[in-house]
Design a protein around this ligand. Structure first.
Ligand SMILES: C[S@@+](CC[C@H](N)C(=O)[O-])C[C@H]1O[C@@H](n2cnc3c(N)ncnc32)[C@H](O)[C@@H]1O
Length: 288
């Protein structure tokens, strides 16, 4: 007679293509936390299986135990694939549009109207995923500062995931991805082309020229010098525990001067995380 719990585990594993025991999940979640800061709760067990079973299959392995061997012994090659597979990359053009409105009303239009203001602006999109956030920033800038050449503006857009960065650099999006964009913006900032029966929207070089995409793991030292006028770190730290968030924002704060801005995602906050910022609007923070 098999006890209930054991029977359930046997049944689940039988339904699965690859054996995936508790030791596999625990070892992988420890590794993911160390590498990326991403905290995988018990509820993420099936998600981890689903995302990594693809890697086990691609490497023609028979089990997660074999996969863990590869991770430990291939000189770090599979680590990058593990990170790419485990990150959640959901994003959209003008996601959480109030940040772009804030930028327009409180930063770009005022500097455009005041000849005495600095003409230099440095913006960082931290955890940029496939680039929509950075291109939305670039569109907002070009809309507010038509005479672009009079300004020294750079957007740095970074992510840990090399796959999404490659797509971000390409700047080509299928129709579904641009559906929410105002038709005027599509007409002004994209060209269309047909590719394998699908319509693709390519960002104009004028937009791309404002942005530098770079791979950067937020768990590693931050190599930029600063100061950074505006940082968007949206829907990234939601996957980190408080300690990891505290450590990250202590380093982020070093890159900003009093008055500089930090935008977080809709369900993120600096409560019990950082005292270097004051909340001044909906998920808008000002460096103190
Ligand atoms: C859900 S997306 C958010 C994209 C965009 N900021 C937005 O709000 O639409 C989160 C991104 O954070 C990235 N990320 C997760 N952990 C990271 C880390 N340790 N370092 C750098 N990027 C990371 C993921 O690869 C993913 O592309």
């Amino acid at each position: 007679m098999i006890p209930n719990l054991l029977r359930d585990a046997v049944t689940v594993n039988r339904l699965r293509e690859f054996a995936f025991g508790n030791a596999d999940f625990e070892a992988l979640r420890t590794l993911v936390k160390q590498l990326t800061g991403i905290n995988l709760s018990d509820q993420k067990r099936e998600l981890v299986y689903g995302r990594l079973a693809r890697r086990v299959r691609a490497l023609q392995l028979k089990s997660f135990a074999e996969y863990r061997d590869v991770l430990a012994n291939d000189g770090g090659k599979e680590i990058a694939e593990l990170c790419n597979a485990i990150t959640t990359n959901l994003t959209a053009f003008f996601r959480e549009p109030h940040h772009f409105e804030y930028l327009r009303e409180h930063v770009l239009l005022p500097i455009a109207a005041d000849p005495a203001r600095s003409r230099r602006l440095r913006i960082w999109s931290a955890g940029c995923s496939t680039g929509e956030e950075a291109y939305s920033l670039a569109m907002t800038i070009l809309e507010c500062l038509p005479d672009r050449r009079r300004w020294d503006i750079r957007i740095l857009a970074t992510d840990l995931d090399s796959d999404v960065l490659e797509r971000a650099r390409r700047g080509s999006y299928v129709a579904d991805r641009v559906r929410g964009l105002h038709p005027e913006r599509i007409a002004r900032f994209f060209t269309q082309r047909q590719e394998r029966k699908e319509l693709h929207y390519q960002v104009l070089p004028e937009l791309a020229a404002l942005i530098t995409f770079k791979q950067l793991n937020l768990m590693h030292p931050l190599p930029m010098k600063g100061p950074l006028d505006i940082i968007l770190c949206r829907n990234v730290v939601i996957y980190f525990d408080k300690e990891t968030q505290r450590n990250l924002f202590a380093r982020v704060a070093q890159l900003q001067r009093p008055g500089d801005l930090l935008f977080l995602g809709h369900s993120e906050s600096l409560f019990k995380v950082s005292e270097d910022y004051a909340l001044i609007g909906r998920t808008v923070h000002r460096r103190i």
